[in-house]
Design a protein around this ligand. Sequence first.
Ligand code: F6R
Length: 242
Amino acid sequence: MNILTFRTQEELNKAGAGIITGLLQTNPRAVLGLATGSTPIGIYQELVESHRQALVSFAKATAFNLDEYVGLEPGHPASYYTFMQEHLLGLVDIPPQQCHIPSGTATDLQAECASYDSLLEEYGQIDLQLLGLGHNGHIGFNEPDATLEGGTHLVELKESTRTANARFFDKPEQVPTHALTMGVGTILKAKMILLVVRGADKAEIVQRALQGPITTDCPASLLQTHPHVVVLLDSEAGGLLK
Ligand code: F6R
């Protein structure tokens, strides 16, 4: 695990975007696993800027998002589909048919999970999986539990996760109770994982995830078993590392 700590958000964003840009420059057909939330926004802005400067193209890339809320139509302002359109996928040259996100409004959610996994299977392996980190150690929406799922599945969100994500909704009660998420098995199957964490409020969970015991109580701790993880932290998030 390669842990890099940055003094400024700008440096962190440029480093994250640089890794993704470098991958696409050497492998234009790369399969990207993408995340939503506050953490990747600055990296996405850098990628959009690099694309504007013709330094990188997404035209042949494929994108798979980690997760989507159950019950939100793609056009809902707080859906992860909308988030990705507004922050990255709608602003670069990736064709829409190469962008994949589970549908949280499918009538049969189990079938939707199975078909997302089949599609992932067709591509074999994600080349680079971008991850943020939840305060409780979740990755994607794989919440702490006695056991973790390997494939895409329906998950009930922890109250702490709903509270943390309430900032994207008009009222806290509008935060969906469930989501579809890629499983930990799919995440760990990626060739490379880029974990990005910012802020003092995540310092404790960063320490547990990167240096604590490997346990399903902290799903991100399973990343310690992956051979090719790069972690980008700001100095606040890395403040409790030993
Ligand atoms: C988002 C996702 C989540 C977030 C995590 C951190 O697609 O899967 O695991 O990465 O909740 O969220 P932020 O970045 O908003 O702190």
